[in-house]
Design a protein around this ligand. Structure first.
Ligand code: SF4
Length: 474
């Protein structure tokens, strides 16, 4: 995944971009970057942030530099922002998204213009550089960005800092991720997360539509291009999982949506008369917690935290690159409160059930610590398809998804034919899937939020929300 933040102003904005970018640290764990336009031209820094937070790594870089226009990013992929010297001028560019046809586009550009790219380890090409090459193949930023959107299979949101003290930004073609503009007395900022600029004293100004291209200067922002038709598909996981609680997208706050989502799950349980006499409602930390609060509020069952995360030295959950070490860290981080587990009937809410590996260990651990019953609720339906639009770590390979693995075990390759039945929780196959997963995870009961429930909790038109992960709808 990744996030970006930029600002252009009548005053120095280096510190704003330093903190604003840092507020996107939950969206990526690999690299951070910053590019400022100073009196001496561009000043650009990129660091690996796997084991050290963004702020610590960039503190010395920003000391002594000043600039009224600056951009920064956090990402899980290639080093960025990169600096480009081209017929469009000198500029810094950073992108968020995924380019599925990277190889084809690279070949096409090399064949057409005898151009070249800087190679990276593993023979890969930097995705920001490829995007810049597509942009540079046209006569203006607008034509170039439109062309990049047209050619790229996947999705790409773009943040450009030009040598004329302007930011040019574009939201991806289907609006899978947000791009927002904030305003203060001296200028404007561009951000993925709204809370990042609110905390810095900017006020909400504008949210880009899908494929929209906007130019931002210290004095104003103006739309350079707005597609005549917008087929919006904003990622539903922004609300259920990876968006920050304080943020809002399309006017819907993340934390509030999660409470609403939990309330709907609780109402459904009550209507079905399941999971009675529960002692505590609990959330799987961190993003399961607000869904659980919603469930507890609606059901009037006390909320409790039988696990508390040890965060002082393990503030992030997936820093180590090795999966085994990551699992070990995840396990070590969760410390139980045995008084809230022993002899209790617990109902947990998690943001989603992806692979199920960690969840099974958690459930075993709860039983080892004396839990009488463990019930699980997933804040979204079973994940059936890997995301092909974003660099989204929770659902990359379909065979890793517990729902798909279970279908394969139940019916072999034939199961693919019945995928629509498995997606529908009311069909026999849908029920069988849920029961089999519950059995595998040793749960006393397992229920998933329905797609209708999830859409209702978000509160937007269902046609504007990407639900590909759950129903394969493009
Ligand atoms: S496929 Fe899933 S993770 Fe990807 S954009 Fe759609 S809802 Fe989000």
């Amino acid at each position: 995944m990744g996030g970006f933040f930029g600002a252009v102003s009548k005053r120095d904005v280096i510190l704003d971009v330093f903190f604003g970018t840092d507020y996107h640290s939950h969206l990526g764990t690999l690299r951070g970057g910053i590019a400022a336009l100073t009196d001496n031209g561009f000043d650009r820094h990129i660091h690996n942030i796997e084991n050290t937070p963004f702020r610590t790594k960039f503190e010395s870089d920003i000391n002594g530099i000043s600039g009224k226009a600056c951009i920064g990013c956090i990402c899980d992929t290639d080093p960025q922002p990169i600096l480009i010297y081209s017929h469009l001028g000198t500029y810094a560019i950073s992108i968020i998204g995924v380019i599925n046809n990277l190889q084809e586009l690279t070949k096409e550009i090399i064949n057409n213009s005898a151009s070249h790219f800087g190679g990276m380890s593993g023979g890969r090409i930097n995705t920001s550089e490829l995007t810049a090459a597509l942009i540079n193949s046209k006569e203006s930023f607008v034509e170039g960005i439109k062309y990049a959107h047209e050619k790229i299979d996947g999705s790409v949101s773009i943040l450009i800092l030009t040598d004329k003290h302007e930011i040019i930004t574009a939201r991806d073609k289907y609006g899978r991720l947000p791009v927002l503009i904030g305003k203060d007395g001296d200028g404007y900022c561009v951000s993925f997360e709204s809370f990042a600029y609110e905390k810095l004293g900017y006020k909400d100004e504008y949210e880009l539509g899908c494929g929209e291209i906007v130019k931002v200067t210290a004095d104003k922002y103006e739309t350079l291009y707005k597609p005549p038709k917008c087929k919006k598909r904003i990622c539903a996981f922004l609300w259920t999982y990876y968006g920050y609680p304080n943020s809002h997208y399309e006017g819907v706050n993340v934390e509030v949506m999660r409470y609403r989502n939990g309330e709907i799950i609780a109402r459904t349980d009550r209507e079905k008369n399941i999971a009675q006499n529960i002692d505590y409602v609990c959330g799987v930390p961190d993003s399961g917690l607000p869904h659980a609060i919603g469930y507890a509020n609606e059901s009037h069952i006390p909320f409790a935290r039988p696990f508390v995360k040890y965060t002082p030295t393990w503030p992030r959950s997936f820093m180590p690159t090795n999966q085994n070490v990551r699992n070990q860290v995840a396990k070590m981080k969760l410390i139980p409160v045995t008084e809230l587990i022993n002899g209790k009937k617990l109902l947990f809410v998690d943001d989603s059930i992806v692979r199920g590996t960690q969840l099974r260990e958690t459930v075993e651990f709860l039983y080892d610590n004396g839990a009488k019953e463990v019930h699980m609720r997933s804040a979204c339906p079973p994940i059936m398809f890997g995301c092909k639009y974003l660099n989204f770590s929770a659902s990359t390979s379909e065979l890793e998804l517990i729902a798909r693995r279970t279908i394969l075990e139940l019916e072999g390759q034939e199961g693919e034919k019945y995928i629509d039945e498995y997606i529908d929780p009311e069909t026999e196959r849908g029920k069988k899937l849920r029961d089999t997963i519950a059995e595998k995870l040793k749960l006393d009961s397992l229920e998933y939020q329905t797609l209708d429930g999830l859409i209702k909790a978000i509160g937007l038109d269902e046609n504007e929300i990407c639900t590909y992960c759950w129903n394969g709808r493009e």
